[in-house]
Ligand binder design. Sequence first.
Ligand SMILES: NC(=O)c1ccc[n+]([C@@H]2O[C@H](COP(=O)([O-])OP(=O)(O)OC[C@H]3O[C@@H](n4cnc5c(N)ncnc54)[C@H](OP(=O)(O)O)[C@@H]3O)[C@@H](O)[C@H]2O)c1
Length: 373
Amino acid sequence: MNSEPNNTHIKKADSKEYSVEDSTQPKSPFKGDLEGLGLKILVTGANGQLGNEMRIVARSSADTYIFTDVNEVEGQETTYLDITDLEAIRKMVKEQNVDAIVNCAAWTNVDACETDEKLAALAERLNADAPANLAQAMKEVDGLLIQISTDYVFGKEPYNTPCKEDQQGTPTGVYGTTKLHGEQAIMASGCQHIIIRTAWLYSEFGKNFCKTMLNLTATKPSLKVVFDQCGTPTYALDLANAITTIIEDYKKHLNLRRAGEYLYPKTGIYHFSNEGVCSWYDFTKMIQQIALELGYYDNRTPQEPLPLRETGEGLSLCDIQPCHSNEFPSPVTRPAYSVLDKTKIKETFGVKVPYWTDSLKKCITNIHMNQGV
Ligand SMILES: NC(=O)c1ccc[n+]([C@@H]2O[C@H](COP(=O)([O-])OP(=O)(O)OC[C@H]3O[C@@H](n4cnc5c(N)ncnc54)[C@H](OP(=O)(O)O)[C@@H]3O)[C@@H](O)[C@H]2O)c1
């Protein structure tokens, strides 16, 4: 995490491209009464995992997206916006006629904020105070805030059935607590909102479990992975697609509300992950199996140790063994079972939820095709 962002190469919010005076920029139909056009959607944290997948789904959208972050990534157009700065958010929302915000920015380093008070305070600023800022800005223009939250809001209580949206949050650590505070702040603000709790996010971008395990299974002779924590992986591209489905539904509501309906009636909390259940051990075994099928290990350079090593008796793979969580002491107690029940998002929005191994195969295929992303 970069808490002191260097913004020297990032396009400023008030640069010509997004200037209010720029008449070439499409105006929001719902503020200018032009039916049938798209929305203006602000994506925060656009250089993170989910933010990058939002960039991909936005390419086939009729809506106008503004991608913002505090860091720069080569080849990505990014407008600078620090979501801890309420005035900066207000300014951008008003100048750009923003109709909706998709907040992909967060403090996601779960372990670091557990033991360091300064980082815990930073996590609170980013995961709780900043979403409150975004909610305030959306409330002022009657916009919609789509906030991403986490299965880590659960976990202290032992569950063995999938968690529903109205289940009480019982976080086990700082990260989960700050994300729960963020949810509470948004709900208290009275702005129109969709809070999506997700889990075990992975993608082609940034650091994540899938990419780490692709690397470890390619380079280590053996690995131990915990089998006593269960949940469901989520391919961030599937989540991005679910978000666009919700935005399409919101657009329908905006047309309807001229006929009398005001607040978005679907405001609330939803759960989204892929379908199915697994442990981190199963997740790793499946990553290895798919990588093997796709020939991912064949492309290693000779200097890299064994993906498939010659044993004299044929080829052997990295040996993956299950272990208990207490074999890997961690500053945070992670939820032992945080499977999310997705009935509500499916029934409310008709969101399609792919099975976790199908999505994993798609992601590893993309990683394999673009090695080095
Ligand atoms: N990753 C998971 O396994 C997981 C699981 C469940 C839920 N979630 C939630 O899903 C959402 C997306 O997660 P992700 O994995 O895509 O996150 P990510 O990859 O860590 O991306 C977060 C982005 O936010 C940026 N950011 C940091 N401080 C900012 C600020 N003050 N203003 C604006 N942007 C800032 C980060 O920049 P820097 O990199 O420079 O700091 C980064 O580009 C988050 O809400 C997260 O809590 C994630």
